[in-house]
Write a protein that binds this ligand. Structure first.
Ligand SMILES: NC(=O)C1=CN([C@@H]2O[C@H](COP(=O)(O)OP(=O)(O)OC[C@H]3O[C@@H](n4cnc5c(N)ncnc54)[C@H](OP(=O)(O)O)[C@@H]3O)[C@@H](O)[C@H]2O)C=CC1
Ligand SMILES: O=CC(=O)O
Length: 318
């Protein structure tokens, strides 16, 4: 059987794949296999090892007449046309859990960086704008004992909430359904989105990208937030109306934003949001800790091997 791997992966990750299958692997780690090549290679492939940046869409699936398993090295799978794959009997694997803590770390790092203007501080030094200590120079927002509102308190949201508890923060969350265990463990309070937006000092978005969450943060939502509030998005860029966010940040409707995800990705240095000093932006590195990425790659590999051997995947997208 043939498998296609769309990024270079180290030998210890691919060892078992190479022993079991004919492997076509793109030679670069940080650049995608060109779309034309992927569309060609997929024609006689049984398995695909992919990630958040490849579009596994109708066009690709139409060409993939032998494809049996799609394994993504990610928890989110909004880049895959799941419905179309299911119609074709293709199973899909993903990597929940192993990336939870690293992504929660990065989310909290962004929260602290945006709230306390950390990157802006470094820019000030680099640009020789540090003249003296000033009473209100680079003043940000406190974090300790402030209120955090988490939209989408699942695995990663829970990790963020646990970190917030360490900072004695008051924790609000909004999901479609309540999680009583989390409420007990963290003394977290469930509330409607409106209450979360109007009262939280830090609004953290961690819901998946779905039809329901598409641009769920827009003009009306940012207008409800406090002027001193900080918005953090480590979910997906599609969940946010970026024009509305730009306006809210530029006009001072909200204090700052910390963003790891954009729509589309990658963004370039001329992106309007990057012109704002109150934006801390990262290139989609939520799970980018070395141990985490290795665990994700190994899990994605296991999913692929199991699927092609006709065994249950460790984590199947249902
Ligand atoms: N920046 C990065 O590098 C990374 C980003 N991610 C993103 O984080 C997302 C979350 O991952 P993870 O925590 O593992 O996923 P989970 O499925 O564990 O959590 C998602 C949570 O979102 C809630 N949710 C779903 N739909 C809505 C909605 N319409 N409104 C409010 N809440 C909603 C769900 O609760 P309920 O069903 O009750 O609504 C659930 O608790 C991923 O889908 C991915 O997009 C993940 C890893 C790394
Ligand atoms: O964005 C990353 C993911 O794992 O989902």
């Amino acid at each position: 059987m043939k498998i296609v791997i769309t990024r270079y992966l180290p030998d210890d990750v691919t060892k078992e794949l190479v022993e079991n299958f004919d492997v076509v692997m793109w030679e670069k780690e940080n650049e995608p296999m060109p779309r034309e090549q992927l569309l060609e290679e997929i024609k006689d492939a049984d398995g695909l090892f992919t990630n958040v940046a490849d579009q596994v869409d109708y066009e690709l699936l139409e060409k993939a007449s032998k494809l049996k398993v799609i394994s993504t090295m990610a928890v989110g799978y909004d880049n895959i046309d799941v419905e179309e794959a299911k119609i074709r009997g293709i199973v899909i694997g993903h990597t929940p859990g192993v990336l939870t803590e690293a992504t929660a770390d990065l989310t909290f790092a962004l929260l602290m960086a945006a709230g306390r203007r950390i990157v802006e501080g470094m820019d000030v030094i680099r640009e020789n704008e540090w003249n003296s200590w000033g009473p209100f120079f680079l003043t940000g927002q406190e974090i300790y004992k402030k209120r955090i509102g988490i939209i989408g308190l699942g695995r990663i949201g829970l990790g963020v909430a646990r970190r917030a508890k360490g900072f004695s923060m008051d924790i609000l969350y909004h999901n479609r359904s309540r999680n009583k265990e989390v409420e007990e463990e963290l003394n977290a309070t469930y509330c409607e989105l409106d209450e979360l937006l109007t009262t939280a000092d830090y609004v953290v978005l961690l819901a998946p990208s779905t039809n329901d969450t598409y641009k769920m943060m827009g003009t009306a939502e940012f207008a409800k937030m406090k002027k001193s509030a900080v918005f953090i998005n480590t979910s997906r860029g599609t969940n946010v109306d970026e024009d509305a966010l730009y306006h809210a940040l530029e006009s001072g409707e909200i204090f700052a934003a910390g963003l790891d995800v954009f729509d589309p990705e990658p963004i370039h240095s001329d992106h309007p949001l990057l012109k704002l000093r109150n934006v801390t932006a990262l290139p989609h590195i939520g799970s980018a800790a070395i141990e985490t990425r290795l665990a994700m790659a190994r899990l994605a590999s296991e999913n692929l091997i199991n699927g092609l051997k006709g065994q249950p995947l460790v984590h199947e997208v249902r």
